[in-house]
Design a binder for this molecule. Sequence first.
Ligand code: GDP
Ligand code: MN
Length: 336
Amino acid sequence: SPQTVTSVIKETVYVNNDDTDVVLERANAAFVILTRNKDLKQLRETLVQLEDRFNRRYHYPYVFLNNEQFSDEFKEKIQDVVSGECQFGLIPEEHWSYPEFINQTRAAEARQDMHNRKVIYGGNESYRHMCRYESGFFFRHPLMDQYKWYWRVEPGVKFACEIDYDPFLFMEQNNKKYGFTISIKEYIETIPTLWNTTMDFMNKHKDLIPATNLMEFVTDKDGNYNRCHFWSNFEIGSLDFLRSDQYLAYFDHLDRAGGFFYERWGDAPVHSLGVSMFLNKNEVHWFEDIGYYHGPLWNCPKGNANKKCWCPEEESIEIKNRGWSCTLDFKELPNP
Ligand code: GDP
Ligand code: MN
């Protein structure tokens, strides 16, 4: 007989889940995937895993975003492998281009210089637009307007464990705002002035900074930047947080400082600094139980929890490379 899962009701879907009809409640949420036509093969591999391990029971919708038109083949072949409704969006040009305050000659020189110094993605122009887009714009795409929660997915990532609950509802019911799987230390050559620019913002906008936050996550004992960040290729988070005046003020401050183009600021350290300055530890969640791979790193559940997974637990980055990972340090931080 049909059973009802009662929780915060946002939307009700009827699911024929193998042998019983279950009335499942969903959060107001979607997967969001920034991708290109050429990523089709890797993306399908990822989506089949995501569906198998989670979404075939939930049918959450997908939003695919691209700075160019998606091909008909891409749209068809994606829809062939997923169980949620798909929307395909074109990114408005003003979200994927140079703002007028950026000196493009200086930006080109910076790319050449970072390329010569072999900084990762240092010479890559589109990568910079991507990082700026993920830092400040994806959550303002019109297709995202209707949603409150997002789960970011990238082509090529792997999902190893059965996810037998709804992480979106978990976030909502536990007052979480940001969830991650992997956290590591950033390459400093990509963000030489990000910390000082962030400190400048905090000094100018003391009114926006809550008394209790997570700045300990990004600082060492002496108060210096420790380069820790949540790896943003996986995120489950609140869109309202990213759309908040405080986060947007921070993004705008960074954007005007020019480091997305004159350096190579990644959306991971940017989101992480925003999270650390505006949220507290209770609002941030490590999804330890979500077996997740993005080359070359794993988050993989240990012990009994590994029984629902196919990932090797000893490969989990917080164990394999304790010094590069920041996750156990996060775990040890005091709750407010
Ligand atoms: P990495 O994880 O830092 O090595 O960077 P990725 O190459 O995985 O890019 C991050 C995300 O942005 C992935 O979801 C890519 O599909 C997407 N992406 C990167 N560059 C572009 C681009 O020029 N256009 C579009 N549409 N997506 C991009
Ligand atoms: Mn990636």
